[in-house]
Design a protein. Structure first.
Length: 85
């Protein structure tokens, strides 16, 4: 299956793949390098911990979507580093 890269660096995930992965609008996907020049992606399933442990922020302040996204990326990077050791 092929898809085209837009000028903004975006791609459309073909419908058959979205259905198989049960991807919905707003879902996160993760990309991991399998070997140089070959990447795989999957539906990201972050643990509550990756969201910054909501309890930590419950009485402190509101958390922006950007901060949540960064927490997810940070946790994914940590998990990836641990899995490659």
């Amino acid at each position: 299956m092929k898809t085209k890269l837009t000028s903004k660096g975006q791609i459309t995930i073909p419908k058959a793949i979205r259905l198989q992965l049960n991807l919905q609008e707003g879902d996160m996907v993760s990309f991991e390098q399998e070997k140089p020049g070959k990447w795989v992606f999957a539906k990201a399933t972050p643990a509550n911990k990756a969201l910054g442990c909501a309890n930590r922020y419950r009485n402190a302040r509101n958390v922006s979507v950007e901060e949540m996204n960064q927490a997810i990326l940070d946790q994914a990077a940590d998990l990836h580093l641990k899995s490659t050791k």
